[in-house]
Design a protein around this ligand. Structure first.
Ligand code: ADP
Ligand code: ADP
Length: 215
């Protein structure tokens, strides 16, 4: 059974790696960003509340995200493990996750941290394209959309550029990452809980390093 957290700056490739690994392990890939975007698309009260934070590249309030994670981990498919991508993202969320896991009798197996230089992150984020239907991500240079637009949800992918994948929001997200997530990375590092991977390597190489680190 695997209970994993993926940590790292926006654009480092967490979502890309999480999709393949979760499928290989037969566990759900739980991306708080994806859950929030879906809530926004459906105009639920949570989605509407989150919108202004997401558009600006700020963190959505901890209490809102905790409730989403609590609900998602309670679902049937999460009983055999899970991969949390993008949660926790600050020290408070790290503590909240710890308490939640204690409460439901779960524990964290690995925290995987992907490292990458900032100039590369900006390139990745500004060239990222996302499928509205299945959530898969592509890149105008590094991960081209398949010719036939094969969509994980069946049919054709509907490709768009996320409204926060534009320069102003990207720079703010990187700043928020250093301010909010940096201390959480330090926390896991000081407890010797961090598996550090080179996120700057090509997609396939990161995938190989990830699997060998987990074995
Ligand atoms: P995150 O979930 O960490 O924000 P993504 O997985 O969405 O990051 O990746 C950001 C962008 O970079 C996407 O366009 C993706 O196709 C591309 N990408 C991901 N990993 C790599 C890599 N190792 N090398 C080059 N581009 C990558
Ligand atoms: P990225 O590709 O930057 O890692 P995500 O898809 O993980 O982006 O997140 C997109 C946005 O959703 C964030 O900028 C933030 O507004 C919100 N969000 C996602 N996860 C969290 C979280 N754990 N706490 C607060 N806000 C979050």
């Amino acid at each position: 059974m695997s209970r994993l957290v993926f940590l790292g700056p926006p654009g480092v490739g967490k979502g890309t790696q999480a999709a393949g690994l979760a499928q290989d392990l037969g566990i759900p890939h739980i991306s708080t960003g994806a859950i929030l975007r879906d809530a926004l698309e459906r105009e639920t009260p949570t989605g509407l509340e989150a919108k202004k934070f997401m558009d600006a590249g700020e963190l959505v309030p901890d209490s809102v995200v905790l409730q989403l994670v609590r609900d998602r981990l309670a679902e049937e498919d999460a009983r055999s493990g899970w991969l949390l991508d993008g949660y926790p993202r600050n020290l408070q969320q790290g503590e909240a996750l710890q308490s939640l896991l204690q409460e439901i009798g779960d524990s964290l197996d690995h925290v995987i941290y992907f490292e990458c230089a900032e100039s590369e992150l900006v390139r990745r984020l500004s060239g990222r394209r996302t499928c509205k239907t299945c959530g898969s991500t592509f890149h105008i240079e590094f991960a081209p959309v398949p010719e036939q637009g094969q969509c994980d949800a069946g049919g054709e992918c509907e490709i768009y550029q996320r409204s926060d994948d534009v320069e102003e929001a990207i720079l703010n997200r990187l700043e928020v990452y250093h301010r909010e997530t940096g201390p959480l990375v330090d926390h896991y590092r000081s407890k010797d809980q961090l598996v550090v991977l080179d996120g700057a390597a090509p997609i396939d190489e990161v995938g190989v390093a990830l699997r060998s680190a987990l074995n």
